[in-house]
Design a protein. Structure first.
Length: 92
């Protein structure tokens, strides 16, 4: 239940473009429920929040973590690889 509350707060902050608060609550959700089925989507949202905050290295780190969790041949993997490169990161 706590993880769900963190996720709701994170999404509310995202909707109002309060990126630092959104990122903080996404991180709390990930700590609380690391095995939740929504982790991949939350990592994507966390990466976007970091981008909006100008924290590009953190965004690249999060996107890299996400690429390790998904099929490397999926469209999302290719999209993430492109985004990482656009942000100046290296695809592992």
């Amino acid at each position: 239940m706590v993880g769900y509350a963190y996720l709701k707060l994170a999404r509310l902050h995202s909707d109002t473009e309060q990126w630092a608060d959104a990122a903080a609550h996404f991180k709390l959700f990930l700590q609380e429920d690391p095995d939740d089925s929504r982790v991949r989507g939350v990592l994507c949202d966390l990466g976007k929040a970091y981008e909006k905050m100008g924290e590009l290295e953190l965004a690249v780190e999060v996107y890299g973590r996400l690429t390790e969790m998904i099929d490397p041949n999926s469209p999302l993997a290719k999209e993430l690889q492109t985004r990482i490169e656009q942000l100046g990161g290296q695809v592992k």
